[in-house]
Design a protein around this ligand. Structure first.
Ligand code: UT7
Length: 323
């Protein structure tokens, strides 16, 4: 018998305010056509003051708990993947714990930027497989609109806000790739590439700072590294791309999503795409896509899913799971 971290619930929250590409045309030297054709983004949601990272995370978690029919106190742990926690500390996860009224267990944040959810899932899987937790809420939540330089057309049109949550529970499997739950993971980073995507603020500057990105340089690394990490994770699970029912990728750019699918030899019919409606929501993008894909009826019980993401660090990785 092998312990598996199996999905019991999924949920998401999107801010009320939707901003179409055309809104940027009034303040920036940009066009809806440029944003659409270069990134695939058509609109994104921006949080208001009340829609903090932790509040959105808690809302997404409530939806996942509701789907599972479980109470917050039945959770052993909450992990929030975020690079836009509302405060430097305490963690967003402890605020979520308080918001949910959860009085036991433990909560912490994981910060691996756009790859954060893949890193958080891997941590949750390790806690469950090692017997340290049975039920873990894994959340990706971001308010990247708070770290945008609104004069930089190369970045501010690309990002959005939101949160998604996955509730994982220990279940005994057979140890084969037919099991439901997380089957394999692969994590990577290369700190020598940290200047390609970073925020120019923090404790060293006494400011929150703004996101800075050499977009075309990040793009150069993305397709190759994403296809490689997905292939490695599949190999670890004893599977190949031919076994995959759905790719649920980080939603940064439709051209990266298409290029990675092509490199894996998978048609776009097998890819969950939400980038047109959400923009790049960093660590929230994969759980948002899982939740929206589930709501659309795209994901069925037993489907083999590969998630993959890359972002600041650079940090990248993939998780193979059976829904
Ligand atoms: O999620 C974390 C990881 N991040 C990513 O995966 C993002 C990866 N990168 C990308 O998605 C793309 O590189 C971008 C969408 C950011 C940019 O697309 P690109 O095809 O790589 O364009 P580029 O950066 O090479 O810029 C091409 C031109 C430049 O003008 P010149 O130098 O050719 O005259 C830019 O100044 O497009 C210009 N440009 C814009 N034009 C209109 C940049 N931003 C804009 C804009 N509107 N918003």
């Amino acid at each position: 018998m092998t312990t598996r971290a199996v999905v019991r619930g999924v949920g998401h929250y999107l801010p009320r305010r939707i901003v179409e590409n055309t809104e940027f045309e009034a303040t920036l030297d940009t066009t809806d056509e440029w944003i659409r054709s270069r990134s695939g983004i058509e609109r994104r949601h921006f949080a208001d003051k009340t829609e903090t990272t932790a509040i959105m995370a808690a809302n997404a978690a409530r939806n996942a708990l509701e789907m599972a029919g479980l109470e917050p106190d039945s959770l052993d742990a909450i992990i929030v993947a975020t690079s836009t926690a509302d405060l430097t500390f305490p963690s967003a996860a402890t605020t979520v714990q308080a918001e949910l009224g959860m009085t036991r267990g433990f909560a912490f944040d994981v910060q691996a930027v756009c790859a954060g959810f893949v890193f958080a899932l891997t941590n949750a899987n390790a806690l469950i497989v090692s017997g340290q937790a049975r039920r873990v809420m894994v959340i990706g939540a971001e308010t990247f609109s708070r770290i945008m330089d609104w004069t930089d057309r190369g970045t501010c049109v690309l990002f959005g806000d939101g949160a998604g949550a996955l509730l994982l529970e220990a279940e005994e499997g057979t140890g084969t790739s037919r099991d439901r739950g997380i089957l394999a993971t692969d994590l990577n980073s290369d700190g020598s590439l940290r200047d390609l995507l970073y925020v120019d603020g923090g404790s060293s500057t006494g400011t929150t700072g703004y996101l800075r990105m050499q977009g075309n340089q990040v793009f150069r690394h993305a397709v190759e590294k994403l296809a490689a990490t997905a292939t490695t994770a599949l190999e670890r699970a004893g599977l190949t791309a031919a076994d995959v029912d759905w790719v649920v990728p980080h939603q940064a750019n439709i051209r990266i999503i298409q290029g990675t699918a092509k490199k894996l030899g998978l048609p776009m019919e097998k890819v969950v795409v939400t980038v047109q409606d959400h923009g790049n929501t960093s660590a929230a993008s994969i759980p948002l896509a899982l939740s929206v894909g589930h709501a659309r009826g795209q994901l069925s019980k037993g489907d083999l899913i590969v998630t993959e993401a890359i972002g600041g660090g650079l940090a990248w990785g993939a998780v193979v799971l059976r829904w």
